[in-house]
Write a protein that binds this ligand. Sequence first.
Ligand code: NDP
Ligand SMILES: O=C(O)[C@H](O)CS(=O)(=O)O
Length: 486
Amino acid sequence: MIQLSHKNLMREACYIDGAWVGADSGATLSVDNPATGATIGRVPKMGEAETLRAIDAANAALPAWRAKTGKERAGLLRKWFDLIMAHQDDIARIMTTEQGKPLAEAKGEVAYAASFIEWFAEEGKRVYGDVIPTFAAGRRIIVTKEPVGVVAAITPWNFPAAMLTRKAGPALAAGCTLVCKPASQTPFTALALVVLAEEAGIPRGVINIVTGSAREIGGAITASPIVRKLTFTGSTEVGKVLIEQCAATVKKVSMELGGNAPFLVFDDADLDAAVEGAIASKYRNNGQTCVCANRFYVQRGVAKAFADKLAARVAQMKVGDGLEAGVVLGPLIDDAAADKVDELMADATSKGAEVVIGGGRHELGGRFYKPTILLGATQDMRLSREEIFGPVAPIFVFDDEKEAVGYANDTEFGLASYFYTRDVGRVFRVMEALEYGIVGINEGLISTEVAPFGGVKESGMGREGSKYGIEDYLEVKYALIGGIGA
Ligand SMILES: NC(=O)C1=CN([C@@H]2O[C@H](COP(=O)(O)OP(=O)(O)OC[C@H]3O[C@@H](n4cnc5c(N)ncnc54)[C@H](OP(=O)(O)O)[C@@H]3O)[C@@H](O)[C@H]2O)C=CC1
Ligand SMILES: O=C(O)[C@H](O)CS(=O)(=O)O
């Protein structure tokens, strides 16, 4: 077991209707440490029956939860926020052990995750309606906003805390109740957050968490008419399946899906700033984020200088077990992930890409990978169209702004994009021309709870965070009142 200060934080059970339970069958799934391969624990292998009970619990809890005022719900969410921050180190240690990211990054994610609970506790107090100037004497029109109802959330392994709270925060603040399914590779972080939600006094049934067969749990969630909304973060491939499955009951859906972020460096850019932004955007979580720079397009005149500066910084990066001091790059999540990066590397080098630094598996073996920079990348390489999800930075060269924007937009994805320039006219021209939900300008770290995170095209729909994020958990209703007389 992981050494924790809070003795009950790591739970090998799920939480349904206020009780910590196992699977009906007693079956379990093992969870391993991606750095060592060692088993760190087991969680229930639940399926349809348990999921339907969780949905019923959320439905039973809904009337009392939505009847609370936004302020009352905010008080409970604030207590949850305080407990998450009080146990930041423990949650981070659980996260590093099951997901692999370095402890410092894990602590950062816990604070980022908590910020969504803090932010939406306050937003829940500001769910304003409207009074619409009447169109005819004797009538009045008022608009109110009401919670969607029972919400289901399915989350990925790469940000096991933040992707849960980015959904639970607005859902609970809006007066919805929740059934969540974390990724099977990283369930303990989410379970720990729910332990703290229970300690914060969030009533039974308001938040429920199940682990187990994704297909069975997903099937029960999407087929249930009680579940009025599904919010999903994960691959575009799975997102499409879930959207289709939700059609049968016309659910609201929020989809935070895959990306293929371009990172443009113009020849008037501050190259040192661009290199720092590239490091932050490319190598965070070992390149396993949906907003990682996936393609570096650098203007021809500065490409070599940029590559050399970036290589000098990458050469300093320590690879290893995320629990080890000084490590900045942990392991990839599993063997399949490492194999995929190998495939993309082989394709690129076979088509002429030149390895500037790194270039393959790390000498530590297992799922550890050398931080890599490639020069001479071209549009016919697979890594120009597929999400690398690893520490590989391919550098493409361009000659003019029009060409750069054309390359950047040449993808079915549209989540995050980045560019560096000091030309103010170019800032507006390129920002407006990029077909993405998020644009980092002279900045490589773009994620914050105060901004509306989300993509266009096949990167998804809906926004998480910011004042916009709670709207996805609300229904708009208007009342037209007649007979008021003169
Ligand atoms: N836009 C964004 O903000 C983000 C996008 N992503 C994208 O997700 C991918 C990596 O994450 P990854 O976890 O591998 O993504 P997956 O889509 O494979 O899994 C995401 C979640 O969906 C579950 N799942 C998988 N198949 C089904 C199904 N048929 N029905 C119901 N649930 C299912 C998984 O469960 P299980 O673990 O049990 O398989 C997991 O909980 C990348 O493409 C990345 O870009 C990731 C994070 C953020
Ligand atoms: O899972 C992800 O990639 C996250 O959405 C990225 S972020 O919100 O931490 O930037």
